[in-house]
Design a protein around this ligand. Structure first.
Ligand SMILES: *Cc1c(COP(=O)(O)O)cnc(C)c1O
Length: 473
């Protein structure tokens, strides 16, 4: 399998090169697999369903087999995933796929831990250090820092927007030591991402330092996220026979999104044969992608700060990958766009708790709200020709642009798989505002609160960032 560049289809690189370089520094393009292989149905639909690790192995193999042997892949997966992605049913047609059981309590552990092990595998025989640069809107940095912590031959520099993430997230990021450092940038996530992107396209700098990325632009973070879509969809369809009487239900993955890495992984999983009929791209007030689905015009903008801050992205990188995979018509046929504001996010945390007893975090809550509205009338209204008012929150499509599964949903034939992307205790204060009490904090989170802050303040100006890199790496 080789990988193509989203901006120059004539470029072809190996998995190893795509992983180590992160993106194509000469075109600024991202790597996508040339084709997405289908998993055999005899594997997917066997009885009992395959385990998470079996799925991880089978799904990863075709993408990496030119560079990693089956034996090495097996140990990479075993080492990366001592945890899995449990499915929690909260009503007969709604399932929560909990993605926070890794060490940093967010879904990004799935991608980061696989990536760290793959990079360290490829870096075994190199004599120069490999420097990972990563911009984070909250959870990426801690997942990446934790995944690479203590890995020989690699060091990590994390950039995060100072004061724009939750205090606990900031604590998680600023308390690394050893081969992991963090920079508190006076700016937004987009400023952080721009610094990293500029460094990658800085030819002079790259002559001096071996750089690699760890954002969701790196293909080795994206591929493993497909594992839990496959696992979750198979588990849900298996369970649902006992939970409801829907014949042949259509499964809709509801994905709280920011940079759209998670959702792009879902598209890969669907192409591989996961039984997923469609997607909801659920965002906060950073609704660039729902607007694009609605109007066909893609207008990136500066990000705005919200309660679901890990989704505060105004110019999502993976838009380019979605476009490399599908035309806008194809995307609209499977995907609906939905967005909510902060007030609705708080109300959604409360309504989820009132209705089901489940405590959901502010990111998952965006997905919960989208699914509740879509199945309780929003999709029916749209299909009856009632278009949403311009600039309003909610389901952003018309009868003409609604996804193919819209009708099934109105008839009650759909199941929702809401991706719960973080543990609610990471956003304890917001959850308390919504439901009146804080979620119980897992021990692995409580531990970081006791560690000292070691982050370095940084200006959003590239030349200062560059000088710091040259002086400190
Ligand atoms: C990163 C993150 C998201 C957004 O994921 P993307 O892949 O950037 O769309 C959503 N929720 C949480 C908790 C996150 O950490």
């Amino acid at each position: 399998m080789f990988y193509c560049d989203t901006r120059d289809p004539s470029v072809k690189v190996s998995f190893k090169e795509a992983v180590l370089s992160g993106m194509n520094s000469s075109t600024g393009g991202l790597y996508v697999p040339r084709l997405i292989p289908k998993l055999p149905e005899s594997f997917l639909f066997k009885n009992p369903p395959p385990s998470f690790r079996d799925i991880a192995f089978m799904a990863a193999k075709p993408f990496v087999e030119d560079d990693i042997s089956d034996k090495d892949l097996t140990s990479i997966i075993a080492d990366a995933y001592p945890f899995s992605a449990p499915v929690v049913p909260v009503n007969p047609v709604t399932y929560i796929l909990e993605l926070f059981h890794g060490p940093t309590c967010a879904f990004k552990d799935f991608g980061a831990r696989f990536m760290a092990r793959v990079m360290s595998f490829f870096n075994k025989n190199e004599k120069d250090l490999l420097h990972i640069l990563v911009a984070t809107s909250g959870d990426t940095g801690s997942a990446v820092g934790s995944a690479f912590y203590g890995v020989e031959g690699i060091d990590v520099t994390i950039l995060y927007p100072a004061g724009k993430i939750s205090p606990l997230q900031e604590k998680q990021l600023s308390t690394f030591d050893g081969n992991v450092r963090s920079l508190a940038v006076e700016g937004t996530f987009d400023d952080c991402q721009k610094l990293v992107k500029t460094a990658f396209t800085d030819v002079e700098l790259r002559k001096k330092l071996r750089l690699s990325s760890a954002n969701s632009i790196n293909i080795s973070r994206l591929l493993p996220q497909a594992f839990y879509y496959i696992y979750g969809s198979l588990s849900i369809l298996e369970r649902s026979r006992h939970d409801n009487r829907i014949d042949n239900p259509k499964l809709i993955a509801v994905v709280p999104s920011g940079n759209f890495g998670n959702l792009t992984s879902g598209l890969i999983a669907k192409e591989m044969g996961a039984p997923i009929a469609g997607f909801v791209a659920a965002t906060n007030s950073n609704h660039t992608v729902p607007d694009w689905l609605e109007t066909g015009e893609y207008t990136p903008r500066p990000s705005v700060q919200t309660l679901s801050n890990a989704m505060d992205v105004g110019a999502p990188s993976n838009y380019e990958r979605m476009c490399a995979m599908y035309s806008i018509e194809e995307i609209r046929s499977i995907m609906a766009g939905f967005w909510v504001d902060d007030r609705e996010t708080l109300m959604a945390i409360r309504s989820c708790n009132d209705n089901t007893g489940y405590i959901i975090d502010p990111h998952g809550a965006v997905g919960w709200k989208a699914w509740q509205d879509i199945r309780n009338g929003a999709m029916a209204d749209v299909l009856e020709g009632e278009s949403p008012a311009a600039g309003k929150t909610g389901l952003r499509c018309t009868a003409a642009t609604a996804p193919e599964w819209g009708q099934d949903c109105v008839k009650g034939n759909c199941l929702g798989m809401i991706l719960e992307t973080a543990h609610p205790a990471k956003f304890g204060e917001t959850v308390r505002q919504a439901v009146g009490r804080e979620p119980v904090m897992p021990a692995r989170l409580e531990r970081v609160l006791l560690l000292p802050d070691k982050s370095v303040p940084m200006s959003p100006d590239y030349s200062e960032f560059r000088s710091w890199l040259e002086a400190n790496l």
